[in-house]
Design a protein around this ligand. Structure first.
Ligand code: ATP
Ligand code: MG
Length: 322
């Protein structure tokens, strides 16, 4: 398994329900886990990376607190793995500009960031991401719905490479969770870069405050109607994911309690679900030496894997001159 997050902030409940729970499940089932902190991807839709060191630390702490075990999982930053990045060159030769320009997630991200002229890295980062996924020959990638076009692009690149040079890469599958798109407090996709998030690291009080400001609708009676009441349905879904209950049943129980009761129940549910993670998080965040050693060990393992795959690629392409 490979999956990744951009170090653009701290992880939120969209990551938790959209991807992290599947990461931990796969780890328990004995899968080989590669967890990427996608630092070069930060500068796809902004000029400077900001407090990237702080964000890298946040991702390390969030993932480990959520259950990733650094003994079993290789956690690494792709800027530290030169051979991985070199895979992008042959991969770029396998895609057309028109194909890249059609990618709906890239278009969405450009729109969200207010970018009118798409830069070279934003256009090609799905190819870079194919290198992330294929350098360790991952065959399963737990992701949210926004990532499906990129996984499809990765499958196409693997197939074209294998057709041209002989079999080297698997065609990986996306693994969607039961919550592939958690909405933020403004009713659009919850995203680190948008400030519409409930972060894993927030205190119980901060969580309550954030939820109080969440968008609902004018209808007082609470019903489960994802097609017509997406914001209310999203809050009900998060409650049911935390409690392991049925969202329709939760809606019936709240009924005329309205948005106030809905938000009170959500606050309790989120704070209860995240309490153990938050406690582990606080302990981990204080142990800087441990975090540094986890990343150093992960980067070393990732470099070994990337060198081996790059050697195989050069060999397949007839470029092994040693
Ligand atoms: P950014 O705003 O910086 O792009 P992000 O919140 O979109 O941040 P990413 O690091 O881009 O987070 O995504 C990491 C993973 O989490 C991806 O697999 C993505 O699909 C998943 N993910 C992100 N947001 C959500 C969401 N709201 N619901 C479900 N999954 C999500
Ligand atoms: Mg994103």
């Amino acid at each position: 398994m490979l999956t990744g997050d951009r170090p653009t902030g701290a992880l939120h409940i969209g990551h938790y329900f959209g991807s992290i729970r599947n990461r931990v499940k796969l780890q328990r089932s004995g899968a080989e886990i590669w967890q990427l902190i996608a630092d070069y991807q930060v500068i796809t839709d902004r000029e400077v990376a900001g407090d990237i060191r702080g964000s890298v630390t946040n991702l390390l702490v969030d993932n480990i607190a959520a259950g990733l075990d650094p003994e079993q999982a290789t956690i690494f930053t792709h800027s530290s793995v030169p051979a991985l990045n070199q895979l992008m060159l042959p991969f770029l030769s396998l895609v057309s500009v028109a194909e890249l320009q059609r990618n709906p997630t890239v278009k969405d991200e450009a729109r969200t960031a207010g970018i009118t002229s798409i830069g070279g890295l934003l256009l090609t980062y799905p190819v870079h991401q194919a290198a992330d996924i294929l350098f360790c020959k991952a065959n399963v990638v737990p992701v949210g719905r926004d990532q499906l076009p990129h996984i499809e692009q990765t499958r196409v690149i693997a197939r074209r490479f294998n057709d041209r040079y002989g079999h080297v890469f698997p065609e990986p599958d996306a693994l969607l969770s039961e919550a592939p798109l958690i909405l933020g407090t403004d009713g659009t996709k919850m995203s680190k870069s948008k400030g519409n998030v409930i972060e894993l690291r927030m205190s119980a009080d901060e969580t309550a405050k954030k939820i109080k400001g969440a968008k609902t609708d004018a209808e007082r009676h609470i019903t489960w109607d994802p097609d017509h009441r997406p914001e209310v349905a999203n809050l009900l879904q998060v409650i049911s994911l935390c409690e392991g209950t049925d969202p329709e049943q939760v809606a019936a129980e709240i009924g005329d309690g309205g948005g106030g009761a809905l938000k009170a129940r959500l606050t309790d549910a989120v704070n209860t679900e995240l309490a153990p993670l938050r406690e582990r998080r606080n302990e981990l965040a204080a142990d800087v030496g441990y975090l540094t050693s986890v990343l150093a060990a992960g980067n070393e393992r990732a470099n070994q894997m990337a060198e081996a795959t790059l050697a195989e690629v050069r060999d397949a392409m007839g470029m092994d001159y040693r």
